[in-house]
Design a binder for this molecule. Structure first.
Ligand SMILES: NC(=O)CC[C@H](N)C(=O)O
Length: 260
């Protein structure tokens, strides 16, 4: 008989082609919206999505973790501010943070509300505040992929332009001038907004990574651009709305040693 919590299991999205060994945890918090889409993106990317719950103290041996988008705990106080104290986040901070000395640190991706949690948890630098125009935005957004050395971006080409949806209220990325300079100098901007500035983020930063490169946060939503005909048109018009899928195939490939 299984000793696992009934909350732990695989999402039921139908896998296209799963590779053994890439078990990617997708965490659900009260108020999470995009866990099912993130799980589906994982399976379409060739991995196995494992459902994790905010109250879990264990990551159940997953190979990577996604913190999906939504309004965890109703975005009360600040988006991500309460989620940061969930039991699963305490464990994540220990297993993915700066004090972790493993030679293959746990890959973590925070998407939108997940990015907000990662800054609140100080796994990533900077903070997220209200969009400069103080309105919720919901639009397709072109991004430039500027760092392809993370597990989540390894299969993009340098400076590749991609189009994925974005939808948020607290999406303006801010840092101190000193931290901003350090992030830029160290090449830790992973995604940058192209075209109209959607929210006033410093240096048009849409996504960053930590010093070790295992933790990545981004504001727009690659998991909503993984199936032809459903995501926005690609920046080059070539991929019919599937630009986000490379995030998920990248991590699956990286976990398999970059062989796929
Ligand atoms: N898409 C998301 O994750 C949503 C929203 C986010 N909590 C916000 O800033 O509005």
């Amino acid at each position: 008989m299984s000793t696992e919590s009934p909350l732990i299991g695989s999402f039921s999205a139908s896998p296209a082609q799963q590779l053994d060994g890439a078990r990617i945890g997708v965490v659900t918090f009260p108020g999470t919206l995009d866990d099912r889409d993130a799980a589906r993106a994982v399976t379409l990317g060739g991995g196995t999505a494992v459902s994790l719950w905010h109250g879990d103290e264990s990551l159940h041996g997953v190979d990577a973790v996604i913190l999906p988008g939504g309004f965890s705990y109703g975005d009360y106080l600040r988006a991500g501010a309460l989620a940061r104290f969930a039991p699963v986040m305490n464990t994540l901070i220990k297993e993915a943070g700066a004090q972790q000395t493993s030679s293959s640190p746990l890959p973590v991706l925070g998407i939108c509300n997940g990015f907000q949690m990662l800054t609140e948890a100080h796994l990533l630098p900077g903070s997220m505040i209200n969009n400069d125009h103080l309105k919720f935005i919901c639009k397709d957004q072109v991004l430039r992929v500027e760092n392809t050395s993370t597990a989540w971006t390894a299969q993009f080409t340098a400076d590749e332009l991609i189009a994925v949806p974005m939808k948020n209220q607290e999406g303006q990325y801010v840092t101190s001038a000193q931290e901003l300079e350090q992030i830029e100098t160290e090449g830790r901007v992973v995604f940058r907004y192209v075209g109209d500035d959607p929210n006033g983020s410093r240096n048009r930063i849409a996504g960053v990574t930590n010093e070790r490169g295992n933790v990545v946060g981004l504001m727009p939503h690659p998991e909503h651009a993984v199936e032809a005909g459903y995501g926005p048109d690609d920046a080059t018009g070539m991929r019919n709305g599937t630009d986000g899928l490379t995030v998920f195939t990248s991590v699956v490939s990286s976990l398999a040693g970059g062989q796929q």
